[in-house]
Design a binder for this molecule. Structure first.
Ligand SMILES: Cc1cc2nc3c(=O)[nH]c(=O)nc-3n(C[C@H](O)[C@H](O)[C@H](O)COP(=O)(O)OP(=O)(O)OC[C@H]3O[C@@H](n4cnc5c(N)ncnc54)[C@H](O)[C@@H]3O)c2cc1C
Ligand code: FES
Ligand code: FES
Length: 488
């Protein structure tokens, strides 16, 4: 096994002696790189953002901003990280730092290193300027959030500032030009990203392993029932930091090629369980409208740069956002173990609160979405904030309507029962009926009674039922307004 080390700001730093659950943030700060800050330690504020060299589908590299408070530092073995210190210095500011200072985008400065890193990730994004022409069509959720330089403000959606106010920060982002051709961080992007490095670290009885091969991961899962898989660590990192969870063995899997494929055929779309959500979003490019509508509403760009579908299904949370959408898309889950592979209808996958049919020796390798896709789709997330919040209720619709009659309906629900579920009674009430306000009102009454919503700090059971009740009407009104070819 090679030495365990991370390349930070161009310098290799050994990882010797760090306990297995050490976060990248704690390790960086302990090494004297105190630019990245801890605001929340749970992925909510972005003060800890750093840039990570990640592979692009074309074989190059992207500078991807991530929450260093959530990433286990051993997951960065052999990887390249840039912190705010590595971008520039007081004597030679990076263009992003320069524009922020010029626009008055920093007061107490606590959030600034995180903003700087997220902004730099967008500054170096390949094709940033190309979106200017089509800016209004870029985002299916809210339009016009691109600057004249193509800067996508979603890049900053995971960064919070308590004192400056966001306008000067936005002004700084929109004032950015293009990187100079001799910018070393730009030049770095033409070469491949670092390869994943097999890792085995044992400190104080806790182990962190990045297996060299997928088969080795499956063997570990079979032989070590205590093994905890970690992909993006956006859930696990919160468990570690806030709930004090520890696992005797953490197995990192997000590097396995077998979990990172995105394959589109005439019959289906297979999405690898460990592909970061941002990458799925950009590679699908709007070809699955329901997912294109979901992604901007899922956490923040910082979280989506690491979070995965495997992790979202792996937690089994009843308020995860991908399950309702995947249920409406009729997705299947591919489960793999050392004994082979099986495919389970997602509608049969969840068996109880955070329980599923997945055995301890299995992992989720991929999800498969059958094609053709339904023509009328909608993802509605009801949360306290419009962005960067957890769902109180999520509803996903996928309907086929031919000659004004509903010919097929799949509806996925989240937040209204111990598991995500299909709204079967509502689906039955819709199929074969004319798509008109009478049908929709009748079906809405049924939808409002689906699930067993409970009251908690996010919403009361009555509110959740009411949100279900109105969701179909909302979809109906958009189909009428959009004048889709669905009238009875
Ligand atoms: C600030 C913040 C905001 C968030 N907002 C949202 C939101 O809007 N909507 C939402 O749905 N979620 C949200 N989340 C939760 C989280 O980001 C998602 O659940 C994400 O998809 C988890 O993916 P991950 O790869 O990071 O999972 P990890 O943290 O790596 O893993 C989570 C769990 O899944 C298991 N697991 C991971 N991969 C696999 C696999 N391939 N097979 C089997 N098990 C696996 C792990 O063992 C672990 O138990 C948020 C989290 C944070 C911190
Ligand atoms: S410290 Fe707040 S997101 Fe990491
Ligand atoms: S400048 Fe103080 S929190 Fe942003």
């Amino acid at each position: 096994m090679n030495d365990i080390a991370v390349n930070v700001n161009g310098k290799s730093r050994p990882l010797t002696g760090a306990p297995a659950h050490t976060t990248a943030l704690d390790w960086l700060r302990g090494a004297g790189l105190s630019g990245a800050k801890e605001g929340c330690a749970e992925g909510e504020c972005g003060a800890c953002a750093v840039l990570l060299a990640t592979p692009t589908p074309e074989g190059g590299t992207a500078w991807t901003s991530v929450n260093s408070c959530l990433v286990p530092v051993y997951a960065l073995n052999g990887q390249e990280v840039i912190t705010s210190e590595g971008l520039g210095s007081p004597d030679a500011l990076h263009p992003v730092q320069d524009k922020l200072a010029e626009a008055g985008g920093s007061q107490c400065g606590y959030c600034t290193p995180g903003f700087v890193c997220s902004m730099a990730g967008e500054y170096y994004r390949d094709g940033r300027e190309a979106v200017v022409e089509s800016a209004d069509e870029e985002c299916p959720v809210h339009d016009g959030e691109h600057g004249p330089n193509g800067f996508d403000l979603h890049a900053l959606s995971g960064n919070l500032c308590r004192c400056t106010g966001y306008r000067p920060i936005r002004d700084a982002a929109y004032a950015l030009g293009s990187p100079e051709s001799d910018d070393p961080l730009l030049q770095r992007l033409a070469d491949p990203a670092p390869l994943p490095v097999a890792t085995a670290a044992t400190v104080d009885g806790s182990r962190f392993i990045r297996p060299a091969s997928f088969d080795e991961t499956l063997r570990l899962l079979r032989d070590e029932p205590d093994a905890l898989l970690v992909a993006g660590s956006t859930d696990w990192g919160v468990e570690v930091n806030i709930r004090g969870s520890r696992a005797p063995l953490v197995v990192a899997i997000e590097h396995h090629e077998e979990l990172r494929r995105l394959v589109v055929t005439d019959d289906e779309i297979e999405i690898g369980a460990a592909l970061p959500l941002s990458e799925i979003e950009s590679r699908l490019g709007g070809t699955v409208p329901l997912l294109a509508q979901l992604f901007p509403q899922f956490a923040s760009r910082l979280i989506r740069n690491r979070g995965t579908i495997g992790g979202n299904l792996g937690t089994g949370s009843p308020i995860g956002d991908t399950p309702p959408a995947l249920l409406a898309l009729g997705a299947h889950v591919v489960l793999t173990s050392a004994d082979g592979e099986r495919e389970v209808d997602l509608a049969e996958y969840f068996t109880g609160y955070r329980q599923s049919v997945r055995r301890a020796d299995e992992l989720i390798r991929a999800v498969r979405i059958p094609r053709p896709l339904a023509k009328v789709t909608s993802f509605q997330k009801i949360a306290k904030r419009r962005f960067d919040d957890i769902s109180s209720v999520a509803v996903a619709f996928a309907l086929d309507i031919e000659d004004g009659v509903v010919t097929a309906a799949k509806i996925g629900l989240g937040g209204v029962a111990a598991t995500p579920l299909r709204a079967r009674a509502t689906e039955d009430a819709l199929v074969g009926q004319p798509w008109n306000v009478g049908t929709v009102r009748a079906a809405s009454e049924i939808l409002g009674g689906e699930g067993t919503p409970m009251s908690d700090h996010r919403a009361s059971s009555e509110y959740r039922a009411l949100m279900l009740n109105t969701a179909l009407l909302k979809l109906y009104s958009t189909t009428v307004l959009d004048n889709k070819e669905v009238s009875a």
